[in-house]
Design a protein around this ligand. Structure first.
Ligand code: MSP
Length: 593
């Protein structure tokens, strides 16, 4: 029999404190050491985005979350083929009070609202080239089964009990709040209303009997997990923040609501009077996708990387690992955390009317252009500000001028009339710097370029591993600039194919630049897949030659044969990335504001 306890709302947001009436038996939580089971163990890796609420249409922040996950997953596939060894799933979070209320406000049934908005997310992700292998909706039967099974495991472990919950609940954030996180502000009718200090969303007082999860027993296991896995939460300041939270109060967590209050959700097995708390429901989606509770899920868990926004860190880095440990499973392998996009310095919100529609952006700036912008400018550690002019400037300078210009310079008929990958001359560009001789043409800066591009794939991989994708793109962009400098320095347009003195060096200059472009194209695939495909196809690089493992930059310089020498370039298919058209009316407006 479950015992009724009085739950007082104290401590950190989202949890309640219980005055324990029950014995708390010491428990040992098993974990198959997540940190040691490397993703590369059998090559499998599973990436997730948060599942998105369907109370409103998608905005650029949602797309950003999904793009980060997509880029990580695509990069992983390039590192460890075959691609079949990855799973990647976004989805929609469709239950809970927030959705129940949004549907009522819109005059729709919850199912109608969910179908409508979930379709918008799916269309957006398809349009944006999100290379997912699944899309989960929490209203699916497979998910209900997984959640109810998971609940049963927690219950069998003695980790759920009934208690009387009394405290603040924020429906917009779907979380419980302690008194210290609530402020009183003038409401629309002038009277004072309670709101969440963190989000500013209204809160309401709740008093009901719920099922409670023994979260308080997990402080030590969670600390041990994080101490043993210093890269579990990346970037590091977020891991530090979680460890800090774990030093504070960790009261038990209410994990159900009265069905009369919340009917739009998954019923507690064996107790229809209660609906499972939407966050527990939502988090289990990560298991549903990999087949839980069927044992097939074990080949994907815990080789999992969750990509999340900073606002949902507590749910993923405290509640979720505690729930998993409680159910006898390991915490996820990695949690990658990003910050938010603001618009002209303000938080994006429907009420402020400043929500940026990602579909319009993908149309205006192209899929690759907008993907590049968000990932090049988005810094996980800090919030980033969005405005149209910034997009135009970045894309024109880095994709159209620098990268597109470089490709054009090396492939244009005028400079490369044979339309082939010219040979590299080891006498003009010896492997050893500093050699002198009549045919040696390479200069000190050229060796610096070769060295920078040689180490670029490793540098990029490290940045991905540290969830600093913008730094990976910055590194590529720096090398693109360096390569343009190389071409500029040697001015191949002044050299003559007919001259026996010039020809080998002219071929070498073009060869080196094309090799650099091959590296850039390969490394840009996770971020700008269509543009990279266009670039690599123009260079004549076949589909099998596009993985990072196959890169082998400038092999002739390193004393190996080069499979590209003499190969015909691919067909000319126009500008790699056209400059954004200055005459477009929206652009004129963007420049003025
Ligand atoms: N449904 C929960 C997640 C459950 S995961 C088991 C949720 N949904 S959400 O739609 O509100 O947010 C989804 C993701 O979008 C979160 O990672 C959140 O941080 C991110 N973003 C929401 N607004 C954002 C910005 N303005 N900028 C960047 N990301 C933003 O939370």
């Amino acid at each position: 029999m479950l015992r009724v306890c009085v739950l007082r709302l104290l401590g950190r947001a989202g949890t309640g404190r219980v005055s324990l009436l029950e014995d708390s038996r010491p428990r040992h939580y098993c974990s198959d050491s997540p940190g040691n089971r490397d993703l590369a163990g059998d090559g499998r890796a599973y990436f997730t985005t948060p599942i998105f609420y369907v109370n409103a249409a998608p905005h650029i922040g949602h797309l950003y979350s999904a793009l980060l996950a997509d880029a990580l997953c695509r990069h992983r596939r390039l590192l460890v083929p075959p691609a079949a060894a990855t799973r990647f799933s976004p989805g929609t979070d469709e239950h809970g009070l927030k959705i129940q209320q949004a549907a009522a406000t819109a005059g729709l049934t919850p199912t109608e609202l969910c179908d409508r908005v979930s379709a918008q997310f799916q269309q957006l992700f398809q349009k944006a080239g999100i290379s997912s292998t699944d899309f989960i909706r929490t209203t699916e039967a497979r998910h209900r089964l997984a959640v109810q099974h998971f609940w049963g495991v927690l219950k069998a472990q003695g980790l759920l009990y009934k208690g009387l919950y009394e405290g603040w609940y924020c429906a917009s954030d779907e979380c419980f709040l302690p008194e210290t996180k609530v402020a009183w502000q003038p409401g629309p009718s002038g009277d004072s209303c309670p709101v969440s200090l963190e989000s500013g969303h209204p809160v309401s007082w709740t008093k009901e009997e719920n099922y409670i999860f023994r979260l308080s027993e997990f402080r030590k296991p969670l600390q041990r997990w994080l101490w043993g896995n210093p890269q579990a939460i990346t970037p590091e300041p977020f891991q530090h923040a979680v460890l800090q939270w774990l030093e504070e109060d960790l009261p038990d967590l209410s994990v159900s609501r009265r069905s009369s209050h919340l009917h739009w959700g998954i019923p507690v097995p064996g107790d229809d009077s209660q609906t499972i708390y939407v966050w527990l429901d939502a988090l289990v989606n990560y298991l549903t996708v990999i087949g839980y509770p069927n044992s097939e899920f074990k080949s994907w868990w815990p080789a999992t990387s969750h990509i999340i926004g900073k606002d949902i860190l507590k749910f993923h880095a405290i509640y979720w690992p505690a729930l998993l440990l409680g159910a006898g499973m390991s915490p996820p392998h990695r949690i990658y955390v990003h910050s938010h996009w603001t618009v002209s310095g303000q938080k994006m919100s429907k009420s402020l009317g400043n929500v940026v529609d990602p579909r319009t952006c993908l149309d205006r700036y192209t899929v690759d252009g907008f993907r590049y912008f968000l990932l090049r400018q988005g810094v996980p550690n800090w919030d980033c500000d969005y405005y149209d002019e910034k997009v135009v400037k970045l894309l024109d300078s880095e994709l159209a001028d620098a990268l597109g210009g470089l490709l054009n310079r090396c492939t244009a008929n005028k400079i490369n009339p044979s339309g082939t990958y010219p040979a590299f001359c080891t006498t003009c560009f010896p492997s050893e710097p500093g050699l002198v001789g009549p045919s040696v043409r390479a200069q000190t800066e050229d060796y610096a370029l070769v060295s920078a591009v040689t180490t670029l794939p490793k540098q990029v991989a490290d940045h991905y591993d540290n969830f600093q994708i913008y730094k990976a793109l910055e590194a590529v962009s720096t090398c693109v600039r360096q390569t343009n400098g190389f071409v500029q320095r040697h001015a191949p347009w002044k050299l003559n194919w007919e001259s026996p003195v010039d020809a080998p060096w002219l071929g070498t200059v073009l060869h080196v630049a094309l090799e650099c472009l091959r590296v850039f194209g390969t490394l840009l695939q996770p971020v700008t897949p269509n543009l990279a495909d266009k670039l690599l196809s123009r260079l004549g690089v076949s589909a099998r030659e596009r993985s990072i493992g196959e890169l082998h930059f400038l092999p002739r310089f390193y004393g190996h044969p080069c499979p590209f020498e003499g190969r015909r370039l691919g067909p000319e298919t126009g500008l790699l990335f056209p400059r954004l058209d200055q005459s477009k009316t929206w652009l004129v407006k963007a420049h003025r504001t």
